[in-house]
Write a protein that binds this ligand. Structure first.
Ligand code: NAP
Length: 251
């Protein structure tokens, strides 16, 4: 494949968790633009999820929004099965749903620890486990972690960093478990990305920007571009590893 060959996912089906807003919405739109039918999950934003589905349909693909709280084990397993059934197949899982617990270490509660681990680590595990039953050879499990799993340049992010670090082990294990079936697992670790979770115009954004080599936040579409590539033929031999898309924060 030449560098300028567009990735063609025609005939494939994808599920993006947390696809109603931000990075997940950009990924859902990108995969549809590349030709895939796309299901997405959300927790609260039904209207926003419906908007993304309209964009997917506008790209000429089938779109499907499913309410499934990532903290609810049964709901996420059911969402995977429903997506595969309604779209007729499943080729790409993007585990993206996430929250941004941030604050002084002394104030973090046990319930907040449980929630972060449930939404990030447990949900990613259970979603991948459920998706593995539907994926065939060439299948992709792409999980959205964070560059904060690699380097934590500022205080207040211990819980978030810990919960995202679990995804490194998840990805390596999945690669070994599913490699014999021709299924790959990759962890994409964004850095500061302009979304409602981390707006580029917030007062604390200036400090984050300074840690990048490029001097700016990512746009969600720039994270989606990496995922779009990995979902296509170029991702075939990339597994058990991490792709950090952080504008050089970890440089
Ligand atoms: P965002 O704008 O806040 O969007 C979060 C998405 O996840 C929404 O679609 C939301 O759905 C969904 N979600 C949240 N909690 C959920 C739950 N319990 N169950 C199901 N869906 C849930 O955040 P974002 O910045 O796009 O973040 C997306 C991912 O990238 C997260 O995993 C985040 O940790 C990671 N990340 C973000 C940054 C950054 O700087 N923005 C950097 C590194 C990594 P609703 O709309 O229904 O709430």
């Amino acid at each position: 494949m030449h560098a300028d060959t567009p990735v063609d996912l025609t005939g494939k089906a994808a599920l993006v968790t947390g696809g109603s807003r931000g990075i997940g919405a950009a990924i859902a739109r990108r995969l549809a633009e590349q030709g895939a039918d796309v299901a997405l999950t959300y927790a609260r934003s039904a209207d926003r999820a419906a908007e993304v589905v309209r964009d997917i349909e506008g790209a000429g693909r089938r779109g499907l929004a499913l309410r499934a709280d990532a903290a609810d084990a049964d709901a996420i397993r059911e969402a995977v099965d429903t997506a595969a059934r309604r779209l007729g197949r499943l080729d790409v899982l993007v585990g993206n749903a996430g929250i941004g617990p941030y604050g002084p270490l002394a104030e973090v509660t046990a319930d907040e620890v449980d929630l972060a681990l449930a939404v990030h680590a447990r949900a990613a595990f259970l979603t991948a486990q459920a998706a593995a039953r539907h994926l065939g050879a060439g299948g992709r499990i792409i999980t959205i972690g964070s560059s904060l799993a690699e380097r934590v340049p500022y205080p207040g992010w211990t819980l978030y960093s810990m919960s995202k670090s679990a995804l490194v082990g998840l990805t390596k294990g999945l690669a070994r478990d599913l490699g014999p079936r021709g299924i790959t697992a990759v962890l994409v670790q964004p850095g500061s990305t302009d979304t409602e979770m981390n707006p580029a115009d917030a007062p604390e954004a200036a400090a984050e920007r300074e840690f990048t080599a490029l001097g700016r936040y990512a746009r969600p579409e720039e994270i989606a571009a990496a995922v779009g590539y990995l979902a296509g033929p170029g991702g075939a031999y990339i597994t058990g590893t991490t792709i950090t898309v952080d504008g050089g924060v970890t440089a």
